[in-house]
Design a protein around this ligand. Structure first.
Ligand code: LMR
Length: 390
């Protein structure tokens, strides 16, 4: 039987981790997979999470099952941070998911069960978005996310929405767009929100980097503007980056609707999908996040750590932007983009040359992880960029 299986390429992005690790050159630079790094290149566990983990070790007296929705204390503790302190809690319910990927999968599966047949999505996007849509058997309707000038293309979204309606879900990145770093401005969100409502589409917002762009509140602007305008929406949330919990797989899926019966059914469907896929999400990371969010001191420590990360990425962006133009690559826009990623207009050959000749690893799309750059390697990176594009 198994010989009938077709070969599968390794995931290009995750494959970079192995390639980078196998490279013996000490000056190599990892701009691949999206993990935050400090100025010394480390991806440490947050101090707030370490403290919460110590408490967990001390206090947790059982590892008995929780159920397919996971740790509901975690799910609820996030709500004011995601939806805003004044959000009407009766409109929202959620469940834990294994990372942002699990949350996106749940959201799309629930949308499918609700009758959604097409997912409208800006491209480029995180490659896994399209893979998940394909895996669920829904149709992907792409539109261009970015203008030639490197701003978010509101007109393209407007045009695709004119062809969309009930039965369509529109997937939007809440902040820190992956892979471009190009976010909608608050003024654009103010146009998008009523447009989504007028078309009767189901917004599906992926918020995987809250706090890494402009701050926890500012990064939720778009999501909150949309939720103020539409009757219902789905949200996929990740704590992998903003709590640094990557491999612990901490995410949440939320449904928002004013219809209490529909909310109950959205959660029941989410639970049955989870049960058949992973049964229950892993507990540890979510329990640690819950302890952080239940404790004012740990919350303050976590937010301060997030500020540090954001400030460092802003410094890196400012230094890259100061280069203005490197060969054909405009660098100034990197200064106004957000989050871990930006995308450089490089050819496949140039990306390969950066890797082979200079030990610089980045995604095949030209996406770079801003946090992979430090005071020590920015100038060599810019020099290598100049060399391969000359
Ligand atoms: C990334 O885009 O690098 C991260 O979201 C990691 C992943 O799962 O792809």
């Amino acid at each position: 039987m198994l010989e009938a299986l077709s070969p599968q390429p390794a995931d290009a992005l995750l494959g970079l981790i192995k390639l980078y690790n196998a490279d013996p050159r000490p000056e190599k630079i990892d701009l691949g997979v999206g993990v935050y790094r400090t100025a010394s290149g480390a991806t440490p566990v947050f101090r707030a999470i370490k403290a919460a983990e110590a408490r967990l070790l001390e206090q947790q007296d059982s590892k008995s099952y929780l159920g397919p929705e996971g740790d509901m204390g975690f799910v609820r503790a996030l709500i004011p941070h995601v939806f805003g302190a004044g959000f009407d809690a009766s409109r929202v319910d959620g469940m834990q998911a294994p990372g942002g990927t699990g949350a996106v999968r749940l959201a799309i599966e629930v949308a499918k069960r609700a009758g959604v047949r097409r997912i409208v999505m800006g491209t480029p996007s995180w490659p896994n978005h399209a893979q998940i849509v394909v895996a669920t058997g829904l149709e992907l309707v792409p539109f261009g996310h970015m203008t030639a000038e490197g701003t978010a293309d509101l007109a393209a979204l407007e045009a695709v929405l004119a062809t969309a309606g009930p039965g369509d879900a529109v997937m939007l990145h809440g902040c820190c767009h992956n892979p471009t770093g190009v976010d909608y401005t608050p003024a654009q969100w103010d146009v998008i929100a009523p447009m989504l409502a007028a078309r009767g589409v189901l917004p599906l917002i992926d918020l995987a980097y809250q706090g890494l762009g402009e701050g926890m509140e500012a990064d939720a602007y778009g999501l909150r503007a949309v939720l103020a305008a539409v009757p219902e929406a789905l949200v996929a949330y990740s704590c992998d980056k903003n709590f640094g919990l990557y491999r612990d797989r901490v995410g949440a899926f939320y449904a928002v609707t004013g219809d209490a019966g529909a909310l109950t059914r959205a959660m029941a469907n989410g639970a049955s999908i989870a049960r058949a896929a992973w049964s229950m999400p892993p507990d540890h990371g979510a329990a640690a996040v819950r302890l952080v969010l239940e404790d004012a001191d740990l919350t303050a420590l976590w937010l301060a750590e997030l500020d540090e990360m954001r400030d460092r990425m802003r410094e890196v962006r400012d230094r890259l932007a100061a280069a203005q133009q490197v060969g054909p690559v405009p660098m100034a826009p990197l200064g106004i983009q957000n989050g871990l990623f930006s995308m450089l207009p490089l050819t496949g050959e140039q990306i390969l040359a950066l890797r082979e000749a200079h030990g610089i690893y980045m995604a095949g799309s030209g996406r770079i992880n801003i946090a992979g750059l430090t005071a020590g390697n920015i100038e060599p990176f810019i020099a290598a960029l100049r060399a391969v594009t000359a």
